[in-house]
Unconditional design. Structure first.
Length: 256
């Protein structure tokens, strides 16, 4: 079956539409308040937190020796207790982004803006994942056709372009997640999120291994080789298929 450019473009548009709708559904569920926060700061930050009850009342009542009640307000907690090394490195109180002036010093107002940035970056991360998946499928298809028709230079050129598209979309998609600001509070992650992150280790390994195997495919100057080593090309092909399948699985578990 011959796949035309129009069919590929239609497929990509469908993926984009599906990613947008699923992303809106996921985030609308995460941002529905369960109750009214107990103080003004909580009310201001609440709509942008990915968890309900992210800000708690920091007012503490103490009794003085004279019997009067004293009100002492502690500094609000603006970063999660469970913060990754990368989040602390880039977004910590003395993080790289704050030191370079990319992010402002840590205040409630700044954190409110960072949580909006986080939501935007993670939405783009999800959409970018579907774009990367489409590029991977295109790369696998043109690679298969290149093995079937090794003398076809147009297929080789198309395959190289799809490789560039795959590496670009995959890298940007990953950076959108890695460089996003931390949430206000992080609970123990499990279920589909844990599976999604576990699968990431495998498709990252595949994205490193597959190009290395691809660099070994070329075999010029050998009589009857058609310019490629078929055995090595098959190893490269299998690595690409497995990586694409793992990446697709990581997208499926986080979307449904």
């Amino acid at each position: 079956m011959k796949i035309t450019g129009v069919q590929i473009k239609t497929f990509i548009l469908i993926l984009l539409l599906f990613a947008t709708l699923s992303g809106q559904k996921a985030y609308s569920q995460n941002f529905i308040p369960e109750s009214t926060p107990s103080n003004t700061l909580a009310y201001n930050l609440y709509p942008f937190s990915i968890y309900p009850h992210a800000i708690i009342d920091t007012t503490i009542e103490e009794s003085s020796p004279e019997g009067d009640t004293l009100v002492q307000e502690e500094k609000p907690k603006l970063l999660p207790d469970q913060i990754s090394f990368g989040e602390k490195l880039f977004w910590g109180e003395n993080g790289v982004f704050r030191g370079l002036g990319i992010a402002s010093p840590l205040t409630p107002e700044v954190r409110r803006h960072e949580l909006v940035v986080r939501r935007t970056m993670l939405t783009m991360h999800q959409i970018g994942g579907f774009l990367a998946l489409a590029a991977m499928i295109g790369t696998a298809w043109t690679g298969q056709r290149t093995i079937d028709l090794p003398r076809n230079k147009a297929l080789k050129t198309a395959h190289q372009k799809m490789i560039v598209a795959t590496i670009t979309t995959y890298s940007i998609t990953g950076l959108l997640s890695i460089l996003s600001p931390p949430p206000l509070i992080r609970r123990d992650e499990g279920g589909t999120t844990a599976i999604h992150k576990t699968l990431a280790w495998f498709h990252v390994a595949g994205m490193i291994l597959t190009p290395i195997l691809g660099s070994m495919v070329s075999q010029r100057g050998v009589k009857g080789s058609l310019g490629i080593n078929i055995d090595k090309a098959h190893f490269h092909q299998y690595a690409g298929y497995i990586t694409t399948a793992i990446f697709a699985a990581s997208m499926i578990v986080i979307t449904f």
